[in-house]
Design a protein around this ligand. Structure first.
Ligand code: SAH
Ligand code: SF4
Length: 368
């Protein structure tokens, strides 16, 4: 029996197994890994790929993550916050194009003006089509009260990447101050889960100082947390950030792409019915990056629908794809490519994570 067949026949993958599959150079083993992930996705998620439009609400951020282009310390960035009417227009447009969900993403702020702004926006977007759009938020760490207020206003999914689950690595990626705390990030994830959000996390892949053992640890972290959705993708250096400085060694784009696809495939095998996004950052490395992610087991596609003028200011990293008037053309191209894989885009659907439904209503859902 080949090593991979033995590993995949086990009920749970160990850290050593994961490191082996992240590192193997054997072409047959690589093909077996992706084919196992694809059939797992078909069996446990069906052949529909969920669709969400991302709206980048604001690039104002109070934090200073060392990797991020819109960190507070980057004085080169022109800051913006979208008008409500632009956000609502983008969401309405998405609804008319058949999107069943939107994601509202933003830099992290804690002031009342910001948190109330989000609450008001949620209520407006929720009214469109009488609640037709599912809403995911990705606005960083907030208090339990704020998360509850946003849940009550209509958000039902929340994305908060742990970024790197190894505490030591996390601490190398963030300033050592009270504004950037590993423990608070983990607590925030648990709070979201407890409040009843469909909870998503994720990591960056190919970071300086990161080892394959760290990545294997990330997969086990997500499994331990029993997370409902994951958005993870390659780290893309941004020139105006401390982490992109030459002292930090960065793997080649090909290596970061390959590792990202293997991470998706392994997570699909480990957590069969969660939602896994084909992250936007993949596209910065390869025009077919998101299609390859779906072929590796991702089941959610999230094109950017931020109104044009502002999208170019929301530069988390270099080469980030801009709006997608393009969103429509991008979607059409993506759809054609996934059709070739025997998959369809799920229009007019929230495409909730089956894992979440099972977690909340174990008796009604029997899928594993
Ligand atoms: N402020 C919120 C949401 C916006 S940032 C938050 O931090 O949670 C969204 C994601 O962009 C982050 O979670 C991070 O993983 C990703 N990101 C930031 N800089 C990046 C880079 N240089 N390469 C790849 N992803 C990056
Ligand atoms: Fe702000 Fe998020 Fe960027 Fe960190 S990753 S600087 S919290 S926008």
């Amino acid at each position: 029996m080949k090593a991979i067949d033995h590993i995949l026949s086990k009920t749970g993958l160990s850290k050593d197994d994961l490191v082996y599959l992240l590192e193997t150079r054997d072409r047959n083993e690589r093909a077996t890994l992706f084919s196992c992930a694809r059939s797992t996705m078909l069996e446990h998620c069906g052949n529909n790929v969920g669709l969400r439009g991302i709206i980048e609400l604001s690039n104002r951020c109070g934090k200073n993550c060392f990797y991020c282009g819109i960190r507070a310390g980057n004085l080169e960035v022109e800051r913006y916050t979208l008008d409500d009417r632009h956000v609502v227009a983008a969401a309405r447009h998405a609804l008319e194009q058949g999107f069943g969900s939107v994601v509202i993403q933003s830099g992290e702020r804690h002031d009342r003006a910001f948190t109330s702004h989000i609450t008001g926006l949620l209520k407006q977007v929720k009214k469109l089509g009488c609640g037709a759009l599912g809403i995911t938020l990705s606005c960083g760490e907030q208090t339990e009260e704020v998360y509850r207020e946003w849940l009550d206003a209509g958000a039902h999914r929340y994305l908060l990447r742990i970024e790197a689950s190894n505490r030591k690595l996390y601490e190398r990626l963030h300033p050592a101050d009270s504004n950037h705390s590993y423990d608070r990030r983990v607590d925030a994830l648990m709070t979201l889960q407890r409040l009843g959000y469909q909870t998503g996390t994720g990591v960056m892949i190919g970071l300086p100082y990161q080892t394959t053992s760290d990545l294997a640890g990330d997969l086990l972290f997500m499994k331990d947390l029993n997370i409902d959705m994951v958005g993870m993708g390659p780290y893309i250096p941004h020139p105006d950030t401390p982490l992109s400085q030459p002292a930090a060694s960065i793997q080649s784009p090909e290596e970061r792409l390959e590792l990202s696809l293997r991470m998706i495939a392994l997570l699909r095998i480990m957590m069969k019915n969660i939602n896994i996004a084909a992250s936007t950052a993949l596209q910065a490395l390869d025009p077919m990056g998101r299609v390859k992610a779906v072929a590796a087991g991702a089941n959610v596609f999230m094109p950017n629908i931020t109104p044009v003028g502002e999208a170019c200011k929301y530069r988390l990293y270099e080469g980030k794809p801009l709006f997608d008037d393009m969103a429509v053309a991008t979607l059409a191209g993506f759809e054609k490519n996934i059709n070739k894989l025997g998959l369809d885009v799920a229009y007019h659907a929230w495409s909730d994570s089956r894992h979440y439904r099972e977690r909340m209503h174990p008796a009604k859902n029997t899928e594993s």
